[in-house]
Design a protein around this ligand. Structure first.
Ligand code: HSE
Length: 414
């Protein structure tokens, strides 16, 4: 029998315990060993839990117990998860986690420590919740060069945008609804400002390209400034607005990586990924596009991925799974300002025809987009590929000519 510990008894942690206990027999068959939870670490009291006798508030109980071979870190946040993970790995215990913040910020270091101690550090649950994505990239698609990965990686913002698009709900109302349904946190910044999606695309990029791409190198923009007017113009153009995390390999070896709201054509494979679902498109040079779809968050979907990693660790107690990337630095990433793509601009001017003419002068070939119920003086247009710096300069010039630019949203070719 293999003894394991679960650190954290929040939504995901309690799900991990539930799955391990409820599927005890089938998991034992798959792991070829019975798995027993010896400790659950949490600073809170759970006197009514059927597992009350397993709880400890003392991390040292887990660390110093040689019987514990695998630890699930489902606490979230960098501290104290980082210290606990490091010490478990150094003590020869494999660690599995759903903690994207920790993997995105300390992944290279923790993977190196795991390697030096001949144990595993696995994190399938850190991206896409219950959707298999880390293992497919690392194993099934390992023969490919990864041309591009693009995904809807955050369920909360996808729920909010879906409500805006389908039910004409404002951002604020949709956020409130997401909070009432338990999707969004009371402090929703990590989701709505794009930080959660940023950590996830940073993990996928590091895994694909073998060097750590740190979150602070990723241009990140959330959805807080998206309005129903933007949604309506995107609709009139034939698309939907989605928060996309995207990384592309460039010919010079660097990557282009960002998280930002993008307008996707309704024909795109990601355009119909709605509500709290996630969708991740992996473009391999041999496979072409492979798309992963499913529940990217929630208790049992995330627990499913954590428990699968526990099973993998138990099966590989004496061998290391090859999940690894080296440390990286800023030279790996092309500055966002140098990227070029088409944008949709929504603006306001007294003389719309003159403003569009000026836009044509500044942006080159533009196409006007009109919608029903257009507001007084409001108009929108799309551009061709334009570098971010040039687009910003053109926006400034347009404003000097008396036009109020209300929004600028990237148009994706996905
Ligand atoms: N807050 C995240 C989301 C949870 O909404 O997708 C899963 O990482």
């Amino acid at each position: 029998m293999i003894q394991v510990a679960v650190m954290g008894h929040g939504v995901v942690g309690s799900g991990v315990v539930e799955v391990l206990e409820n599927h005890r027999d089938s998991i034992a068959k798959r792991a070829k060993e019975e798995i027993n939870i010896k400790y659950i670490l949490d600073i809170r009291e759970f006197p009514d839990s059927p597992y009350a006798q397993k709880f400890t508030k003392n991390f040292e109980d887990i660390l110093n117990d040689e019987e514990v071979r695998v630890v699930a870190e489902v606490m979230g946040g960098v501290n104290p998860a980082y210290d606990f993970t490091k010490r478990c790995l150094e003590a020869g215990k494999s660690v599995v986690t759903s903690n994207k913040e920790l993997v995105a910020t300390k992944g290279a270091e923790l993977l190196e420590i795991a390697r030096n101690n001949n144990v595993n550090y696995l994190f399938e649950a850190s991206v896409g919740g219950g959707i298999p994505i880390i293992r497919p990239i690392n194993q099934c698609l390992a023969a490919n060069e990864f041309v591009e990965i693009a995904g809807i990686l955050n369920g909360t913002t996808n729920f909010i945008l879906t409500k805006m698009i389908k039910d004409n709900m404002s951002f604020e109302d949709a956020l409130r609804m997401a909070q009432q349904l338990g999707y969004a946190e009371r402090k929703p910044e990590a989701d709505v400002e794009g930080h959660d999606a940023c950590r996830k695309i940073a993990i996928l990029a590091s895994l694909c390209y073998g060097k750590h791409i740190y979150p602070e190198l990723v241009h990140t923009q959330g959805i807080t400034k998206i309005t129903l007017d933007d949604v309506a113009y995107a609709g009139a153009w034939g698309g939907v607005i989605k928060l996309i995390g995207q990384v592309m390999k460039l010919d010079d070896g660097r990557v282009d990586i960002s998280v930002e709201p993008m307008i996707l054509s309704r024909e795109s494979q990601l355009a119909n990924v709605d509500d709290v679902f996630n969708g991740i498109l992996v473009r391999g040079d041999a496979t072409g596009d492979v798309v992963f779809y499913g529940k990217g968050a929630g208790k049992l979907p995330t627990a499913s991925a954590v428990v699968a990693d526990i099973i993998d660790c138990v099966r590989n107690l004496k061998t290391r799974k090859f999940v690894y990337w080296e440390d990286g630095d800023a030279s790996l990433v092309r500055p966002y300002e140098e990227s070029a793509f088409p944008v949709m601009i929504r603006a306001k001017a007294e003389d719309k025809a003159a403003a569009l003419k000026k836009a044509e002068e500044l942006f080159g070939n533009v196409k006007a987009v009109s919608r029903s119920d257009e507001k007084e003086g409001e108009f929108a247009f799309t551009t061709g590929d334009i570098a971010v710096t040039s687009a910003d300069a053109a926006v400034a010039e347009l404003e000097k000519a008396g036009v109020t630019v209300l929004s600028k949203i990237r148009i994706s070719d996905l």
